[in-house]
Design a protein around this ligand. Structure first.
Ligand code: CO
Length: 171
């Protein structure tokens, strides 16, 4: 079982630019396994390493109901964005209870390295493109609430404060 735990808004690692992975060794493979474990347990559809307090450029995604479409990307880079922008209500395991519409490009081209060490390029649109962009933001210390209008963020102030408090208690 994993001893890795989710961290929440207010945690420092979440606000940092994560470090590139230089070598895919056994520790990276077990980290990715742990990330899937935490993501499935928390019923998320994506999880970035900083969300379990590890400042590395890795995320995992599975948007399917059957939970068998595992995608793990190491050192991902978003290479192209569509001109078409769409709103969609996002949430985040590190911001429990908070949802807000976020505008993002509808389609992207993303590259990265798989746990097996192969370089891949994925063309994604809709929900998959959305989740990739959300997780990619985590690797740069950006949360979805950093991409919403200020007046909406202001409306969430009290809830954000509560999460920060909880985050402090958890250490
Ligand atoms: Co998130």
């Amino acid at each position: 079982m994993s001893d890795k735990k989710l961290v929440f808004y207010g945690n420092e690692t979440l606000a940092q630019v994560a470090e590139p992975v230089s070598n895919i060794d056994g520790s990276i493979i077990s980290l990715i396994d742990e990330m899937f474990e935490v993501m499935y347990k928390e019923q998320g559809i994506g999880l970035a390493a900083p969300q379990i307090n590890v400042s590395k450029r890795i995320f995992v995604v599975d948007i399917g109901d059957k939970r068998v479409n595992r995608i793990a990307l190491i050192n991902p880079v978003i290479k192209e964005f569509s001109d078409k922008i769409e709103p969609y209500e996002e949430g985040c395991l590190s911001l429990p209870g908070i949802n807000a519409d976020v505008l993002r490009p509808d389609a992207i081209l993303i590259s990265g390295i798989t746990p097996e060490g192969s370089e891949v390029e994925i063309e994604a649109r809709g929900l998959l493109a959305r989740v990739f962009q959300h997780e990619y933001d985590h690797l740069n210390g950006i949360l979805f609430i950093d991409r919403i209008e200020k007046y909406i963020k202001d409306e969430l102030k009290q809830e954000l404060k509560k999460i920060k408090k909880m985050s402090k208690k958890a250490g």
